[in-house]
Design a protein around this ligand. Structure first.
Ligand code: F6R
Length: 597
């Protein structure tokens, strides 16, 4: 994961980088660091590294730490992979001479081999990244290469998905190399004034919406202007300046205490925005699904649960089988792929390494890829043959909420379109959006807050569902795990009696996701089995039932029940997190954009 931002221009570079890093913090928040290029020949770099989050750091602090005015700076926010969370392991990493500084995102899979080949160099961290500045130094000193050639050659020698930005204090050149991990260049009109390089366009959208895409296996060199080169051949490639028209949503909390609750409440609007799709395009993709020799929905984590829901929704609504595969497992299906297969990857960030790797596998078999994405310009968008935007706006909290329900809504539209009932599906989803708007009121929030107080000392929990609410139960369980660290197990109701029931004790909470459909009496029967063994039953249901110890009412929205059933659990997870003193926006050990395998 990790976030990178670099700036070259006439503004105070460290401050620009600081603000950019705050926008990238969702990519990792174990530690952060900034390196600024100075005019001091003895000490060409001014470096600051700190453990923890950067959100509360202000420019004065940075300017004091950096001391000298600088017009070139690189910054990094880290999600630790190789080496613990220490200042030594925090980026930037420097070469032995202290003249080359590097920030890096991704994994250098062959770092051990590189480090042993660079024996004699003074490594000070346990990271894979530190191999890069030393490798560049080695190529410059031992092979007499220029900084740019050495950086290009070094990039070519790295195995695995990664991206790095390096600066040389001697030539004052900045290079940005992209090999499987995202990097985008922001410029002004004439590509000659100010340059921003970042893992994600949001890091510099306050300054410019004009970008030049760094493609995979390419590097950009900033040296008065930005030039692009193929990493393998070294040939220069010609680029256009492209304008990004993407509303990234409101960047502040707008009066809410946390982004998470703000984004949960935004579902009042985001469902309606998600279904605002081009009917003709939805119908055309539905035809492709019908004609495909196998459609694969592919995603990770929460998006993976949406893929699983697609499997149920297509079967129920369109009587059509589609496959749902966890992205990291997709390679195992490659022998089933043909040029007539269709892949529909789902990813909020569009940068999840497992998903991108799955797309690579699909592309190698000439599979058509039509993605569902939320971040315009993301790598997934650029790798796809076509895409739908889910229109949820930027999701800042690490825990996914509004993007999830928006993804579900678009999947449902596709299922209805495949059944030849697009307008019926649209109407249902419009009514669902209106019902969610009504549901998300302060009284409802208070009611869930009271439940959170009852559950705040319970560390274990079950969430059960059947049919289309089985994937919803899995998703609800993820919310409880990551937001308030409850050991929540999501289960198909029928599976309880095959083992997990042994864990039920007096007062064990069990959230039961109920829909007014053919699964209703069976899931209530499963809830009864838990209650009979002392369990505390929280019913998420359009109607109350005597077996519920606590009832969270949801609107009766037919096949859209997974959407409305997940929302109260999102709110519950939030309130339990606050009561437990967890940070709802930045759960421990996680990052929003998971760019490592
Ligand atoms: C959970 C969550 C993660 C993501 C997963 C995939 O709330 O956010 O499970 O869903 O990491 O991320 P994207 O959708 O960006 O591919």
């Amino acid at each position: 994961m990790c976030g990178i931002i670099a700036y070259v221009g006439n503004k105070p570079a460290a401050s620009v980088v600081l603000e950019g890093l705050k926008k990238l913090e969702y990519r990792g928040y174990d530690s952060w660091g900034i390196v600024a290029l100075t005019n001091d020949l003895q000490q060409p770099f001014s470096v600051i590294k700190r453990i923890g989050k950067i959100g509360h750091i202000n420019s004065d602090y940075i300017n004091e730490a950096i001391k000298l005015e600088s017009h070139t700076a690189l910054g990094h926010t880290r999600w630790a992979t190789h080496g613990g969370v220490t200042e030594q392991n925090t980026h930037p990493h420097l070469d032995c001479t202290g003249r080359i500084a590097v920030v890096h995102n991704g994994i250098v899979e062959n770092y051990q081999q590189l480090r042993s080949e660079l024996a004699g160099h003074g490594f000070v961290s346990q990271t894979d990244t530190e191999a890069i500045p030393h490798l560049i130094e080695h190529l410059m000193v031992k092979e007499g290469m220029s900084f740019v050639d050495a950086a290009r050659k070094a990039a070519g020698m790295l195995q695995g998905r990664s991206a790095f930005v390096a600066v040389n204090s001697g030539t004052k050149q900045v290079v940005a190399a992209r090999k499987g991990a995202p990097l985008i260049l922001g410029v002004h009109e004439n590509n000659d004034k100010e340059f921003f390089i970042a893992s994600d366009v949001t890091a510099f959208l306050d300054h410019t919406n004009k970008v030049m895409y760094i493609d995979d296996n390419e590097m950009a060199v900033i040296d008065g202007r930005a030039a692009f080169f193929n990493l393998t051949t070294g040939n220069e490639t010609v680029k256009r300046v492209v304008e990004i028209h993407w509303h990234r949503g409101h960047a502040n909390k707008e009066g809410y205490d946390h982004f998470l609750i703000k984004e949960i409440m935004e579902q009042k609007d985001t469902l309606a925005l998600a279904i605002n799709q081009d009917d003709a395009k939805i119908m055309a993709v539905a035809e492709e699904i019908k004609a495909a020799y196998g459609t694969f929905f592919v995603g990770c984590g929460t998006a993976g649960k949406v893929c699983m829901a697609a499997d149920y929704l297509f079967s129920k609504i369109a009587k059509k089988h589609v496959n749902s595969v966890v992205a990291s497992e997709f390679g195992n299906y490659q022998d089933y792929l043909t040029p007539k297969t269709l892949m529909i990857p789902i990813s909020q960030s569009g940068e999840t390494a497992d998903v991108l790797e799955a797309i690579d596998v699909a592309k190698s078999k000439n599979v058509k890829v039509i993605s569902l994405l939320n971040v315009f310009g993301s790598t997934m968008m650029r790798m796809s043959d076509d895409f739908f935007m889910i229109n949820a706006g930027a999701e800042r909290a690490v825990v996914s909420t509004k993007a999830t329900t928006a993804q579900l809504a678009v999947v449902m539209l596709l299922a209805y379109a495949t059944a030849g009932k697009l307008q019926e599906g649209k109407l249902l989803l419009m009514n669902t959006a209106a019902a969610v708007n009504d549901m998300l009121n302060p009284r409802y929030d208070e009611h869930i807050k009271k439940l959170a107080a009852l559950l705040s000392d319970r560390k274990d929990m079950f969430v059960i569902g059947r049919g289309i609410n089985y994937p919803a139960a899995l998703e609800a369980a993820i919310k409880m795990q990551e937001t308030c660290y409850t050991n929540a197990q999501g289960l198909a109701g029928g599976e309880l009696k095959h083992g997990p029931l042994a864990l039920v004790e007096e007062g064990t909470p069990c959230i039961v996701l109920v829909a007014n459909d053919e699964t209703k009496s069976d899931i209530l029967g499963n809830a009864m089995e838990v209650k009979a063994r002392g369990g505390y039953i929280i019913g998420v249901s359009p109607e109350n039932n005597e077996i519920f110890d606590y009832w969270l009412k949801v609107p009766d929205v037919g096949n859209a029940s997974p959407i409305v059933n997940i929302i109260p659990v999102q709110i519950l997870a939030y309130h339990v997190a606050v009561l437990r003193g967890c940070d709802p926006d930045f759960p421990r050990n996680l990052a929003k954009s998971v760019t490592v395998k």
